[in-house]
Design a protein around this ligand. Sequence first.
Ligand code: CP
Ligand code: NVA
Length: 309
Amino acid sequence: MTPAILKTSGSDLLRDLDLTDDELIYLLDLASDVKRTPANYANALAGKSIALLFEKPSLRTRLTFDLAIKQVGGDSVFTDGPIGGREPLKDVARNLDRWVNGIVARVFSQDTAEELARWSSAPVINALSDLYHPCQALADAQTIRERFGEMKGLKLTFIGDGNNVAHSLMITAIRLGMDFVLGCPQGYLPNPEIVAQAEGLAALSGASLLITHDVAKALEGAHAVYTDVWTSMGQERETARRKKAFHPFQVNDELFAQARPDAVFMHCLPARRGEEVTDSIMESERSVVFDQAENRLHAQKALLLMMLA
Ligand code: CP
Ligand code: NVA
């Protein structure tokens, strides 16, 4: 029998803050229960259909959503390419909500996800946009909790671009009481509005937020060191300039040694070995990148159950 599942208060997950603090904690508890006893949830979404719309490539997000939906008894349909290329987004949304119970969308612009949600009565989940990657941050929090137990008081250091992954991680980590540090080159700071939100959340949770260009300072006392690609999807024309700017921020043996001796290495994947991280760090026993990838499945199952069960 499936245990009673708390419903999310909002209908969409477009940005991390669409989950309340209590819902975030509940989701992490549910994700670990789903991981431990998947059979208990095998029919929880029986009869529900979910559309997966992907404007950008994906291995983990697409497959873990597809598997998660099927493993809780639902069904999925998939399209790739631009959403709203052939007809207005508001028409796409009002077609889909006649057929499906939920929409998972990976988009270039956050506005695309917002516009879909505005017109769809079926809930929309952001599967990565230029601003956020909330589903990744959920799996990352699950991974950190599994590794360290208590999250409050841990220090999570993100080295690299102030991008979508950094934004979601910053908001989520701080709400969970983790000190968050972003070490980035000049010119690659995170979105100032999201930083202001994170500062507000830090005042509530008691966690701290530091954004610095000083790598050594960023790594001091870090329990987890996280990085992501230097050039995100859609930024390919900036690759050469970014390689130059981010070079001193590569997570290699020397850089990683500046964190705590028990620190873990994290990456949302895909990783570009030799750029933002070396092969030796990816393959080291401190790397938890495949735990993060595994937890995408469990965390997204929990999210789907809370939004749609
Ligand atoms: N981490 C992540 O979202 O991976 P994909 O781009 O393969 O979905
Ligand atoms: N920041 C990367 C994350 C990929 C999962 C991108 O947006 O391409």
